[in-house]
Design a protein around this ligand. Structure first.
Ligand SMILES: *Cc1c(COP(=O)(O)O)cnc(C)c1O
Length: 458
């Protein structure tokens, strides 16, 4: 498979180069030259299906035997035999639990595999990289866990001092691997992101340290996420609707791709918190960036959904120049305008959307607990609330599947507030608060951070 950039001016690359590059040189995101058709399902397990779904995307750079090996290792880290089990929550509604991985959020599904793919490709090329990233919580721990122990990767994750939850911080600072480093910055999440951007913009520093990224625009992450849509949809006799708690559009884009490949999927429900740019876009044709407001579902506190660019490229019939123009205008005006016929073809009939503020989210956690005894985290709860909204008699024929994006114990305060019950950490993390933390604090200063990164890189 060859990959092209959504801005149309970067070289076509194979999978391994796309994996390591992240962003294209023209500022665009890589997408496959064409969408492959799903191979028939022959195997029995999640790993079997994962290999069948992903093989066309990674060949010839990664062969079937290697992919099988990487997937087996990645999904062995999940604490459920089904990897991503479906749990029924009402007549016609299910939650797909994507949070049985090491760090209790759905990002493990992609990052456990992507970390291993990085190590494999680098080993073959006899190269090393240093991954730097910024996190407000979930991504950092999933990325650190995904590459912990990789021989050819060092990782340095910047987090804002005192602004992550204790669980989130400890998941980053207690990983016992010589190549993994969590660094507290005396600043905000935005400061952390700015520092990472500045390190990438310093070409000298970037080249000297072979900097790389595993942020949510990395194609391999989206690819790995298509698998659970295929697996869930194929469980049912009628085409499914997925309700997706989303911020960056990455997760829902993976579902859209699964449908393009032929998975039996009807449509998608986008669930937002108060940061509702995607909901406004779907319901009111209004994609205007507004300031981010903090919520109980912090991993969806995003106002610019970077992965939307990949769908926009499709909406523009894969015209990179047009996509570039639209996004450049969006950056200056803060408003993205889509033609009515593009909306008609790509949005209407494919996407529905709803937003829920913190009060509605807490009420939903309480409602589901009363109805089923299940504890939901606040991200997943926006999804089940949206599912409920569209589950009426005229709303849906097929199954409604909400993606369960985090384990309730990752956000215990909100769950306790809603239900009176403080969810316990699963067994593999039960001693999280007894483990030794390894972290350093650094000033919000580019020079200081760069010196630290260089001293940590092996
Ligand atoms: C990252 C994250 C999301 C949002 O995922 P997108 O890829 O931005 O759509 C939702 N829930 C949880 C728990 C997350 O960690």
């Amino acid at each position: 498979m060859k990959y092209v950039s959504t801005r149309g001016r970067a070289d076509e690359l194979g999978f391994a180069d796309v994996l390591l590059a992240g962003l294209a040189t023209d500022g665009g995101l890589y997408v496959p030259q064409s969408w492959p058709t799903l191979a028939p399902s022959r195997g029995r397990t999640y790993v079997d299906r994962a290999v069948e779904v992903m093989l066309p995307f990674v060949e010839p750079d990664i062969d079937e035997i290697t992919l099988t090996h990487l997937c087996t290792e990645a999904y062995e880290t999940f604490r459920h035999d089904a990897v991503v089990p479906l749990v029924q929550t009402s007549q016609g509604e299910w939650v797909q639990e994507l949070f049985h991985g090491p760090t209790l959020a759905f990002k493990d599904v992609a990052l456990q595999l992507v970390g291993r793919m990085f190590d494999h490709v680098l080993e073959q090329r006899n190269q090393r990289v240093t991954i730097v990233g910024a996190t407000s919580g979930d991504t950092g721990s999933a990325a650190i866990d995904g590459v912990a122990g990789c021989d050819n990767v060092d990782i340095v994750i910047l987090y804002p001092l005192g602004r992550t939850s204790d669980v989130q911080r400890r998941q980053m600072t207690t990983v016992d691997a010589p190549n993994a480093h969590a660094v507290a910055v005396e600043g905000t999440f935005d400061d952390c992101q700015d520092l990472v951007k500045a390190m990438f913009n310093d070409v000298d520093f970037r080249t000297r340290n072979n900097l790389s990224a595993v942020n949510s625009i990395n194609w391999a992450r989206v690819m790995a996420q298509t698998v659970y849509y295929v697996v869930a949809a194929e469980t049912f006799a009628r085409p499914a609707t997925f309700s997706v708690p989303t911020g960056n559009f990455g997760n829902v884009l993976a579902g859209w791709i699964a449908r393009e490949m032929g998975a039996p999927i009807n449509d998608f429900v986008l669930a937002s918190n108060s940061n509702d740019i995607l909901t406004r876009f779907v319901n009111d044709a209004d994609m205007t960036a507004r300031p981010v407001v903090p919520s109980l579902s912090p991993s969806m506190d995003i106002q610019v959904s970077s992965n939307f660019e990949r769908l926009l490229f499709e909406m523009n019939d894969r015209d990179g120049g047009m996509t570039d123009e639209q996004l450049t205008r969006f950056r200056t005006s803060g408003r993205l305008d889509i033609e009515a016929d593009q909306r008609e073809r790509y949005i209407t009939g494919s996407f529905r959307a709803a937003a829920f503020d913190d009060d509605a989210t807490l009420a939903e956690i309480g409602r589901v607990y009363a109805a089923t005894g299940m504890l939901l985290d606040p991200h997943t709860a926006t999804g089940t609330a949206a599912s409920k909204l569209f589950s009426g008699p005229d709303g849906n024929d097929g199954p409604l599947i909400t993606l369960g994006t985090a384990h309730p114990a990752k956000f215990p305060d909100a769950v306790e507030q809603a239900t009176g019950i403080r969810p316990a950490l699963p067994a593999h993390l039960a001693d999280l608060f007894e483990r030794d933390e390894r972290t350093q604090t650094v000033a919000n200063d580019l020079g200081a951070v760069q010196r630290l990164v260089e001293s940590l890189t092996r």
